[in-house]
Design a protein around this ligand. Structure first.
Ligand code: LMR
Length: 399
């Protein structure tokens, strides 16, 4: 061979979540437990096919597969708007929301970053400390520098609210601020309603550009209650909202998400929609059709949508039950272990406070996989594996 073209390409250190999931799959131990990646599994440890989605599959059949428009399936976009903002939201009535179908929630945040890099370049980007690691990566890829605002109060296992507000007040006016409005990944702790109102006041007063990342709508309290922060914010100011259907539709591999820009008026929304379409064209031309049809079919049909809402409620109820069960099992093994965090945190994730070495021990000794930060995906718990996870957790804490 002539001189190597790629000799200087650095090895990929691996993704803290996706590469760990690959290691889990390669682990030969039959009793292994995957509490790493944010994937919901049912009481038998299977990724469910929701009944509403199954019906939608039957309805869409094997139709033709032309290209979708750059902004996606019209019924899908309409469904996203009603789900995220609520049917009666004034911003929808005033036609000042521009929505596109995206390739999952990651695609939504990625297009948001690309759009902002072009139209509001050079601004500081603040993400929570800690956050989903990819928030840093997606905004950096778009050319931004990222910094953090405090979020996690380790001592109290709650939100460092004073620290968060102080940092948002101190940030340069017009900064881009990424906020997870519900089921915060990785901590599982959210702002209460009064805190949301106070943070909104600061964000609006500072003219910050908020990118909401809502990947778990319905896994906190309910589909509607979980969107309350975003809905109230959108009554006061412009913002971007990324949403995902991976978890709440159990459609991980179909890559279904949405990105909505709340604008000042209909004319602005039209122009923003055009620029979002251009960003899509430059990145991947148009989104995939099968997932688009599935989501559009469920959200566009009153019966299927009601069935889907019940199915989301069931998933949430099961996750809450598993939090309680794990807390009981840990308590039964150790009086010392504080397990209240399991009950107060919500959504798919719990920040356990375990250190990297303890997480490592659980994986090596017991085949129980958590993310290195100590994040546990409670959606991977079931009645069968909870006793083992409890034993592993208590043993790791004793070291
Ligand atoms: C997670 O945080 O585990 C999920 O959102 C999956 C992902 O893409 O990282």
């Amino acid at each position: 061979m002539a001189e190597s073209l790629f000799g200087r390409v650095e090895p990929f250190a691996g993704d803290p979540i996706l590469s760990l999931n690959d290691s889990f799959k390669a682990d030969p131990r039959p009793e292994k437990v995957n509490l790493s990646i944010g994937v919901y599994t049912d009481e038998k440890g299977r990724i469910p096919v929701l009944g509403s989605v199954r019906s939608a599959y039957e309805q869409i059949g094997f139709a033709k597969r032309p290209y979708l428009p750059m902004d996606g399936h019209p019924g899908y976009r309409d469904g996203v708007q009603k789900l995220v903002f609520g049917k009666a939201h004034p911003a929808l009535a005033e036609k000042r929301v521009a929505t596109i179908q995206t390739i999952g929630g990651t695609g939504a945040v990625g297009i948001a970053a690309d759009f902002l890099a072009k139209h509001l370049p050079g601004r500081p980007v603040l993400v929570s400390d800690p956050t989903w690691e990819n928030h840093h990566g997606l905004f950096q890829r778009a050319g931004f520098e990222t910094t953090t605002y405090p979020y996690w109060d380790r001592a109290n296992r709650s939100v460092d609210f004073a620290g968060m507000v102080k940092a948002l007040e101190a940030a340069e006016s017009g900064s881009i601020v990424v906020i997870q409005p519900v089921c915060h990944n990785p901590t599982g702790v959210d702002l209460g309603e009064e805190q949301q109102a106070a943070v909104t006041d600061v964000l609006v007063a500072k003219g910050h550009v908020v990118v909401f990342d809502m990947a778990y709508q319905g896994f906190g309290t309910s589909v509607d209650a979980d969107a309350a922060f975003v809905r109230r914010y959108a009554e006061r100011a412009s913002c971007l909202v990324a949403n995902s259907f991976s978890k709440n539709f159990s459609l991980y591999g179909e890559r279904c998400g949405g990105l909505s820009a709340v604008c000042r008026d209909a004319d602005e929304a039209e122009r923003v929609l055009g620029q979002l379409k251009l960003a899509v064209r430059r990145s991947y031309s148009s989104p995939p059709m099968t997932g688009g049809l599935l989501v559009a079919t469920v959200l566009g049909n009153d019966d299927l949508r009601a069935q889907w809402t019940r199915e989301v409620d069931e998933m949430r109820t099961r996750m809450d039950a598993m939090r309680k069960l794990l807390a009981e099992h840990i308590r039964a093994l150790s009086n010392e272990a504080d397990v209240n965090f399991l009950l107060s945190q919500r959504g798919m994730f719990s920040y356990t406070g375990l250190r990297e070495q303890q997480v490592h021990d659980m994986r090596e000794n017991d085949g129980v996989y958590l993310v290195g930060s100590g994040r546990m995906c409670v959606a991977g718990l079931n009645e069968e594996n909870v006793p083992k996870v409890a034993r592993s957790f208590v043993a790791a804490r004793q070291v």
